[in-house]
Every structure is written in C-alpha cells, then in structure tokens.
Design a protein. Structure first.
Length: 565
C-alpha cells in the first residue's frame, strides 16, 4: 500500500499540509531558499514537515481517503500513473522506493522543496533535522552503490541510471539532509550551505517581489514563478482550473497556508505583469461586501461580484432563473471513446428524442436585444449576488433546488419597468398566448401567475429575484444591516456541512442506472461515488469562503476552510 500512495516528496508535502488538522508550534527560521540554486519554478517550504506528516498519518482522513472511490479513480488517472512511473524509476536508481516510510524518515522540522522541471520532476529537497539522524536513513545504508563526490569539502553520493537518465544524489551537511535529482543542484546547495556568495533562489527578482508582497510565512509557504510555469505543457495539461489565459496576466504568486484546529486559511498574492496599468484601490467594492450580508442563512453556495457589466448581469439572470441551462461545454482535449457493441444502434431511451426539429437553443435568445438588457445598462449595477441552496422534497425522494439573484443598482429601480422587461423576456420561451406571465401581488413581492415559479421584489436600489418567495422575505429583511465584511472584488462561499446530504441524495438519483447499482467491478459514478466519497472524507469541513481583492499591481485572495468537531 505504501508504494501505491507514495507519488513523490512534493505530493506528500502538499497532501500532509492539506489534511493536517493543527497548527505547527515550530519557531520561524530563515527560508531555506538561500541554499537553493537559482532557476526553480516552484518552491514549497513547511515550518514543521515531520509534524504535519505525523498528523496526516494519525488522521481519520487518511484511511477514509485511501478507501474511497475518489482515490480509486485517482489511482488510475494519467497523472497518478505518470508519478508512479517516476517513483519507480527513482526507486530503481536510489535502491529503495520513495514510499511513505521513506518520506517519514526524510521529513525534518523545517523542510523545503525546490522544483526545477515539472516534466522530469527535477528537484532539490532540504530538511533540517538533529545531527546524526539523517545517517540512520535506509538511503545511507545503500551508499556503497553510489559514486562519492565532493562539493565545498562535503561528500555527497551520486548515481545515474543509464537507461532512464534518472539521477539521485544525497548528502548531509551539519543539521541538514539534502536530496536532489541532479548533481549540480546538490553541489550548488552544499556550496551555499558552506557560505558561498553565489546567487541563490532567494536572490532572484520574482522571488524577492513575491516575498516582499506577502505577510509572515505560514505553516506552509509556496512561491511560484508563473512566467516559467504557465508556458509549460505539463502545467497546461494537468492544471485543473483550465484558466491558462487568466494566469498569463501574472508573473509570480505566493501562497501561505495557516493551520489551526478550527480552520485552514490560505492567503495568496498574485503579482500582475502590467503594473503600470494597475490602479491602486481599496481592494474592491463596498457594494459587494454589502450584498454578502443578504445571503439567506440556509443557502448552500453564493457568489458576489463587483461592477458586473449589463451583459454579465443578463447572463446571470438568464442562467440562474429566467432560462436555466448549463451553457456550452468545454472543448474536448482528447479523441472520443470508441464503444464496441454487438452491432445494435440506439436504445429505448432514444424514443423520447425528437428528430424532426432542431433542439431549442436558449443562447439565441440571449443574443437578441431586449428591454431587460437595456434596463440593466441604464441603471449601472454596482454589485451582483447569486445564492443557491437545496432542501429535501416533501416526498422524501427528490431534492428541491432554490435560487436567488440580487442586483444593487446605482439608482433606484423602476419596479414596473422591471416586471414588464422580465415578462417580455420569458414570454417566448415558456408561454403561449401570454398565459402565465401576468404578475400577481403577494406580501412584499410580485409573482408570475403561471406554473413556473418566479418572484420579484424591488427595494430601492435592490432588485431581488427568486424561485422561492420565502427567500425574497429573508433577503429583504437583511437590507440595511451593518456589515463587518471589507470591500472586495469577489466574494464566494460554500456551506459544505449543510449541503452534503442533499448533494448525495440528488446525485444518487441522477447517477442511477438500473442494474449497475452495487455491481461488482463497476466504474464509480462521478458525482455520487467519486465526489460523494471525497465529500465524506472531508465531512469535518463545514464551510469554505473565498475573498478576492485588488491592491494595485497585486491580486489578494483569501480562502478559508472552517473545521467542525
């Protein structure tokens, strides 16, 4: 099992930090980057790696994740297999596998990893540990198979595998254990530990700018040279967010993860390339912070954004309430799978598919001019808020979805014009002869009189729309309440504790396929099995909040995970 879960030292550092549950008590030491040769694209340093790793090994999350469907699927992914291949090549070169036992032995208090090549996994690892402890590692028992070399008066051991080209070098220097996958990285590090004045990673411009822009180092610090990372084909292939275009606007980034028993807080700073065009601000819009206070207490997820355009507001209303649709899917990056059958074509489910007319395309409606778009453009929106949530259905089987959108205009909204514009917008899609698009007066809001639920309320500058009339009241009651939130460009939150059970119930119904449920050897369903098992592993995470602020040439992001008992 150890061999399967050990991907590389980099992976173990990140995983231990993500799932450790307590703050480190180690004292601050100068960054180990002063010993690393220049040229790295990523640097990761932990105050107390051995402590984080011990807590990960003792945690319930570790066993739950290794037994989850999420891990099962991940263990068959291309990324896992590539890392496993690199791990096996390292084991062949070093003479022992880089498994969990090895990583635990090599973990020091203050520990750092500098990554120089993503594709070849070329790195330098430095760990601070008591003198003499490093020599007791199993790696040193096999040093007779290595070539002894000397740098700065210190002996290190080096070996290169002829067929794969993989290199391994290791050494001790005073209180430090060093491990590298290139001999020049090892020699350079030993020279700097011995007092060489050669340039180091710490003296590079991107590093200096990143560290200067951040606060004190956290329990785990990561510094990234984005001008090297973003163009890498490996980064473009494996980066989950798929936002390469947005990442090109930044030259470097630094992230500090701070751990406690109650929360994890990640503080990120992204440095813009075009600093001359950057404008100093107070971080964002006070209107965004104001809207966050309106989020219903039972909402599952919310997003507040500052200064959205009229097109963005129209797209938000359309996608969430007026004409809900998933939108265009991402372009495929791989060839389609070939399904081998016995020759039959189609199935019983195809009888519900119309072939005599094209599918209805709501995107065409969004492209046409409308009174609603003109109304949104006239009253410039200072901030928008979308909130969504779920609740169990009365039948105990289905899950009800609820959505609300709030737009804070620069001036008071014309309530009559709003209702007219909305009715005109939805009439072609949902009605015949104008039925169901007349407004009825309710307590504190207006509702359409058809089967389709839609309620609207205007409170001065606040325009509120929802498919749940109760949320109209909840949101309206919060208007004018004092906010403690600071101005921000973007604020989002996710109530994981409140949404877990409804998510599993809903996705089990959506993923259900007769005859497959409980079948041995079946592929785990993506939502109910894969994502559901990950949700179960992280069941103690009650909520997540993301705040994005502007600070001239920097973008500040704070991600907070709250932990429950």
């Amino acid at each position: 099992m150890n061999r399967r879960v050990a991907l590389a030292i980099l992976g173990m550092i990140a995983l231990a930090a993500l799932l450790g549950a307590y703050s480190s008590s180690a004292t601050d030491e100068p960054a180990l980057a002063r010993f690393a040769p220049p040229g790295a694209m990523l640097y990761l340093e932990a105050r107390d790696f051995s402590g984080l790793l011990a807590r990960w090994n003792d945690s319930k999350q570790k066993g739950a994740w290794l037994g989850s469907a999420n891990y099962e699927v991940f263990s068959r992914s291309r990324l896992f297999l590539r890392l496993k291949e690199a791990s096996e090549q390292f084991a062949e070169t070093a003479g022992l596998p880089p498994d969990l036992d090895f990583v635990t032995q090599a973990a020091g208090s203050q520990s750092a990893l500098a990554l120089y090549d993503i594709g070849k996994l070329q790195f330098l690892y430095i760990a601070r540990m008591p003198s003499g402890q490093a020599e007791r590692l199993a790696l040193f028992d096999s040093r007779g198979k290595f070539e002894p070399r000397t740098a700065a008066g210190v002996t290190f051991y080096y070996r290169k595998q002829a067929d794969t080209g993989r290199e391994v070098a290791f050494a001790t220097a005073g209180e430090f254990l060093l491990l590298a996958t290139r001999d020049d990285l090892m020699a350079g590090a030993l020279a700097r530990i011995a007092g060489s004045k050669d340039a180091s990673l710490e003296s590079e411009g991107w590093w200096e700018r990143s560290v200067a822009a951040a606060g004190p180092s956290g329990d785990l610090r990561m510094v990234l040279n984005l001008e090297k990372i973003v163009p890498s084909p490996y980064f473009r292939s494996y980066w989950v967010q798929r936002n390469i275009t947005e990442m090109k606007a930044f030259s470097a980034a630094i992230s500090d993860l701070r751990l406690s028993s109650a929360e994890f807080r990640e503080e990120r700073v992204l440095l813009k390339k075009d600093t001359e065009a950057a404008v100093d601000s107070d971080g964002g819009s006070a209107a965004t912070a104001e809207l966050v206070q309106l989020v219903p207490a039972d909402a599952g997820v919310y997003v507040a954004a500052a200064n959205p355009t009229a097109d963005a507001c129209l797209a938000l209303l359309e996608s969430k309430l007026l004409a809900p649709h998933p939108g265009p899917g991402p372009s495929a990056q791989t060839a389609p799978q070939v399904q081998l059958t016995s020759g039959e074509t189609g199935g019983s489910g195809d009888m519900e598919t119309r072939i005599d007319q094209p599918p209805f395309d709501t995107r065409a409606l969004a492209a046409t001019p409308s009174e609603l778009k003109a109304l949104l453009a006239k009253n410039s929106v200072e901030a928008s808020l979308s909130a969504e949530g779920t609740e169990p259905g009365n039948d105990g089987v289905f899950v009800r979805l609820r959505t609300a959108v709030v737009l804070l205009g620069s001036a008071d909204w014309d309530a009559a014009a709003v209702r007219t514009a909305i009715a005109d917008f939805v009439r072609p899609m949902y009605t015949a002869g104008g039925l169901g698009v007349a407004w009825e007066e309710k307590a504190g809001h207006q509702e359409l009189n058809g089967l389709w639920p839609l309620a609207v309320a205007v409170r001065g500058k606040y325009l509120i729309l929802s498919d749940d009339p109760h949320w109209i009241g909840d949101i309206s009651s919060q208007i004018g309440r004092q906010t403690a939130e600071q101005p921000a460009r973007w604020i989002a939150g996710f109530n994981h504790g409140g949404e877990r059970e409804q998510f599993l119930q809903l996705t089990r119904l959506l993923d259900y396929q007769a005859g497959r449920q409980g079948a041995a050897g079946r592929e785990p369903e993506f939502f109910s099995d894969n994502m559901g098992s990950l949700s179960a592993v992280l069941s103690k995470v009650t909520s997540e909040k993301v705040v994005v602020r502007d600070a001239g040439g920097r973008v500040l992001q704070t991600v907070t995970y709250k932990w429950g008992e």
